[in-house]
Design a protein around this ligand. Sequence first.
Ligand SMILES: CSC[C@@H](O)[C@@H](O)C(=O)COP(=O)(O)O
Length: 369
Amino acid sequence: MRIDGRAFRTIWLGADGASVEVIDQRALPHRFALRTLRDAGDAAAAIADMTVRGAPLIGAAGAYGLALAMAADPSDANLSTAHGALLVARPTAVNLRWALDRMRARLAPLKAGERRGAAFAEAVRIADEDAGTCERLGEHGAALIAEAWERNGRSRPVDVLTHCNAGWLAAVDWGTALAPIYKAHRAGVPVHVWVDETRPRNQGASLTAYELLGEGVPHTVVVDNVGGHLMQHGRVDLCIVGTDRTTRTGDVCNKVGTYLKALAAHDNGVPFYVALPSSTVDWRVSDGVREIPIEERSADEVTFVSGETASGAIETVRVVPRGSAVSNYAFDVTPARLVTGLITERGVCAASEAGLLSLFPGEEGDKAA
Ligand SMILES: CSC[C@@H](O)[C@@H](O)C(=O)COP(=O)(O)O
């Protein structure tokens, strides 16, 4: 997608064929910066410190990290060590394990000497496939936005509320929740996006707003707690969010605060859609609340906020008094019963095991994997 009119992806193989370039998302929206990953340790650090973030991108970064590991030492021992080290970089988004397991399955049967080239090729394939998958789910989701426009008699733009950043910065390209918006916008369907700021890291205010500006999509940044009010007053036609892990029964784990938006949507009869590539489905898990590990991040993310001062300097300031206890749960689970539908690369389905299997019939056998 575009930054200042230039097309970018979030991750790509460096020109030397031996390193990986990523957009450093910690610097946005104030500064556009790239970071070079030279080994698996760099990749694990970039995932953990959220230089790269968002479920599909974490998966692609893990795959490239394993390729960097194979370039340094293609032994069986290092394949296992690097897989383990990358896997623990962040716990909630299942795409990381999905991508690492796919890489290991591809590389393990090969001779050590064949692994470097195969690993980079597979990582590139994973990234390319993610871009294609997100574009396809965007087309399916755009149809829902077009239907909402028909429902309002084409009288006004369709108001979509989204939470966190599930746009192209969270994937390799296009994004998940924002892909339908981009597709609808490019097709001439007028869309306006309510962007939840998404405390504590403000991925909505900083990244979603930045993306939407780049693509020229009308949007308004709102504080996290205003969604219920907007829905009560008919200002939201539909919600679309992403997910970091979806159970086979259709529960969705996404950025903390998603559940409260789903409750408000349910109470107000607002359709609540979740957009996902199938790599985000964890077929081994059936109860999201009990079984999905919820990442707890540093209390500093809550205690301090960072931003640009009037003089253009980036500064971090304390907003919580010294001495108060602080906790920082990064995700929550929205039960399937609150989800109107799942927007996938194969179409839109019910948030249920039957719904998912109607689109992904071969996956049932993976339940016990
Ligand atoms: C793009 S998909 C969905 C999610 O990954 C996204 O909504 C999200 O919660 C990202 O969380 P983050 O902590 O910024 O990695």
